[in-house]
Design a protein around this ligand. Sequence first.
Ligand code: PGA
Length: 243
Amino acid sequence: MKKIIIANWKMQLSFKDSLILAKELKKKIKNPKNDTVICPGFLAIAPIVDILQGGDLLLGAQNCALKNRGALTGETSPATLNELGVKYVIIGHSERRLILKEDPDLINAKTKAALAAKLIPIICVGETLNERELGQTKKVLLAQVKSALKEVNIKNSSGIIIAYEPLWAIGTGEPIIPFEAEAIHIFLKAEAAKILGKKIRVVYGGSVNGSNAAQFLQEKNIDGLLIGSASLNVQEFASIVKL
Ligand code: PGA
């Protein structure tokens, strides 16, 4: 199966700069070896759909609502994202869990809504530094995976992705050692397969850049990368996609 490289632009760019970056990436990245997904902020998504026409980049969102229609002021429907041409959606990023207080039930509901709208959820899980130091990494990850995938059915879907993002590695310049990440990916894949009855892709995120991406992609069970700051640099992101 192809690996997948996902760019998480977070809230780092203005509307104008988002469109400029999308245009430059479309020009620079042709026939990528791996699936390549960019996840801009919501307001930039519609114009970027037009920019990416005829190119090789896929589109993702950074979040979605917990249902597809209804009285839900300020939220963005997964069905509407699908209508625009979005294929993927990041769910439960640690910044949303921590800063916006997203809880496991909400993440589970968003996962189901995304699947119902034919989007591929990219569910983020990860332990804090404290949990890691206490030897609780697997326990924490398992709880996050179990709650996110509770009563989730992927039989008639295009699949689901888990992104392993240790919180201590996000934005710190200190990624996990690829060998250690590989072991955690094996664990996550096995646990997800027990719940879903199907093998899914697990990707790594946290301080991935142009210098270390190849080491992660060489690991057999690391199916791709979720990249924050390094995805904002055209040259660097394009060089990772080519690996
Ligand atoms: P980073 O962010 O690559 O800047 O560490 C990754 C993420 O939060 O998805």
